[in-house]
Structures are given as C-alpha cells and as structure tokens.
Design a protein around this ligand. Structure first.
Ligand SMILES: [Zn+2]
Length: 219
C-alpha cells in the first residue's frame, strides 16, 4: 500500500525501456558473467570478471547511479555484481575490496557508490551461504586527475602509487582479496589496486566489476 502510494507520488520508470515499475526492470538487467580483461592490460592486472558489457540499459543504470546518486539502482546493480562474484569466486573464502572513490568525487556525489553496491552484493551472497565479506582497506594516497579522456598509458601514469592499504588494516590477511569496481576500461585503476594489495601481503586472484567497456583501439 505504502509502496503503491509512493509510486503515485514519485512514478518510476526503467532507465532501459521506460516501462513503469522498477528503475531497472528484469528484462533490461541482462547479466552475462564473463572474464573481460582489457587487452593489452597494464602489468599486474588480475583477471577481470564483469556482469556485462558497458552499454545499453546497464550503462544508463551505472551512470544514473554513480553520477546522479539514484539509490533505487543500487539493488539491481548489486544483483548483477553478486551473480558475477558467484561465478568468479565459486568457493568464496575471500575479502571483497572496493576501489575507493577519489575524495573529491565522493564528496561531490555525497555517497560511496562502489562500496555501497559491494556491501549489498555481499549481503545477498551471505544470505545464500557464501563466505565473503567486504574489507574496505584501500585508501587514496594523493589526488589523481579525472581519468576521462586519458589514454591507457596516461591513466597508468596518473594512478601510479596512488593507492595504499590503510596502515591499521595491514594485518587482515589470511584470505585472498578480490577487487570490486563499477567499470573496467583500461584496467589502470584495478592494476593499481592490485599492486597496493600485494605490497601489503594480499593475494589478488581476480577483479570483479559491474560492467566492462568495449575498447575501440589498443592504445
Ligand atoms: Zn526495462
């Protein structure tokens, strides 16, 4: 009843097809977990699993969630991530380490989009008996420039040594760490995250993202 009333006040339509109801309907949430590691990728990049290519309804959903803070999309995106994680690490027993938003971006948007989706995905998986937990150990050491418009080489240089494992959490070993992010493009961010985790003693068997950009060139 309350939900129906709220729908009258705030009508919702799918970002993919415009049908009324969920902000991303079941028909538009196409999830096809696969390894979509960028080629060529930066050194040290772990295998990159993603739920789907970064296009169509999923792309619109990621943009609306990340850039406009549309919290109604956190659930469907977490479903996509959880399903992909279950394929990427079928035995569980791992930490999920979200890539931190840059401080400026996070403040501007007023939320931590990747961390929130990771926590929701873990809740789904734990409910199904999976042994996974979020370990938000990565932090930014310095400001980095906006990655948009940079080539793969420029992105790698921009991000070099920009992340570290928070000193207070360096003892949290014993489990491999799986990196989590929203999108993989060149792999520069995930390679930097994997480097920082390995320096702190973690094994990094995989990275998992909601979507993977199809690259048009091999720069
Ligand atoms: Zn739809």
């Amino acid at each position: 009843m309350l939900g129906a009333l709220l729908d009258l006040v705030v009508p919702q339509s799918c970002v993919g097809c415009g049908s009324s109801g969920a902000r991303l309907c079941q028909a538009c949430l196409v999830v096809e977990p696969a390894v979509r590691t960028p080629v060529p990728g930066p050194p040290g990049l772990p295998p990159c699993w993603s739920a789907a290519a970064y296009e169509g309804p999923l792309r619109r959903a990621v943009v609306a969630y990340k850039e406009r803070g549309e919290s109604a999309l956190a659930g469907p995106l977490a479903d996509a991530l959880a399903y992909t994680l279950a394929r990427a690490v079928p035995c569980g027993g791992v930490w999920l380490v979200p890539v931190p938003s840059s401080r400026r971006a996070s403040r501007g948007r007023g939320h931590d989009p990747v961390g929130r989706v990771a926590r929701l995905a873990v809740r789904r998986l734990r409910g199904l008996g999976w042994d996974v937990a979020v370990l938000p150990v990565l932090e930014q050491v310095r400001r980095v420039a906006d990655q948009a418009g940079l080539s793969a080489t420029q992105r790698a240089a921009n991000l070099a040594s920009s992340l570290r494992v928070a000193p207070a959490l360096r003892g949290a070993h014993g489990r491999p760490a799986v990196l989590v992010d929203d999108i993989v493009t060149t792999g520069a961010t995930l390679a930097e995250g994997a480097r920082a985790l390995r320096v702190a003693g973690f094994a990094v068997p995989a990275a998992v993202t909601v979507a993977a950009t199809r690259r048009r060139s091999c720069r």
